[in-house]
Design a binder for this molecule. Structure first.
Ligand SMILES: [Zn+2]
Length: 194
């Protein structure tokens, strides 16, 4: 495949695409930017990047050629010779400095630890409320204070959903019978316990 620099005059600026023809490169760009192919403003051949087909071009190469890349840690623009710090590369990611990458890793580790604690709390709350179910996924939902838990009861197909602390569960119509059976068994167990 050949490299093309396609400009759709969108906020990301001109982007490199690898495609067999100019038309296909324009179509890929138009599709990605959500515009019509006739609205693509320019499409330049960039044979110097053909060797990286099918892409992506390593960020270190792009920097050397005068492109800028957003720092994965702080978001600032990283240029090849912008300041005294040397950029750090890992895969397709770039950090403006080793210190910025390190701060990013600390933040990431703390995010992971916070989420692990949330998962544990949500799983415990679920098992306290619905003994014997098997939790398979805990998610955070936008603008909701409590996590959302997905769990299985025997015989369900799509899983049962519960926002921690809420008074009801969500379940697909097809799984209604499995849920009712679980509740019946629980009611019997509770009766036997008294
Ligand atoms: Zn940075």
């Amino acid at each position: 495949m050949k490299a093309f620099l396609v400009d759709c005059e969108q906020e990301n600026g001109a982007q490199l695409y690898f495609a067999p023809t100019r038309g296909k490169a324009k179509a890929m760009a138009a599709n990605e930017e959500g515009i019509n192919i006739t609205e693509v403003s320019s499409c330049q051949r960039k044979p110097e990047y053909d060797e990286y087909s099918p892409g992506p071009v390593p960020p270190s190469v792009l920097l050397k050629d005068g492109w800028w890349i957003e720092c994965s840690g702080c978001g600032k623009q990283v240029w090849d010779d912008c300041d005294e710090d040397d950029p750090v590369f890992s895969g397709q990611s770039v950090w403006c400095s080793a210190a910025c990458k390190e701060r990013d890793e600390v933040r990431e580790a703390s995010r992971k630890a916070d989420f692990a604690a949330l998962e544990k709390r949500a799983t415990e709350a679920t098992l306290a409320r619905f003994p014997g179910v098997s939790v398979y996924l805990v998610t955070e939902r936008y603008h909701r204070p409590e996590p959302y838990v997905h769990f299985h009861v025997p015989g369900d197909t799509q899983g049962i959903g519960w926002e921690v602390g809420s008074g009801f569960v969500e379940c697909a119509p097809i799984d209604r019978a499995a849920w009712d059976a679980y509740e019946d068994r629980r009611a019997t167990e509770r009766a036997l316990d008294t």
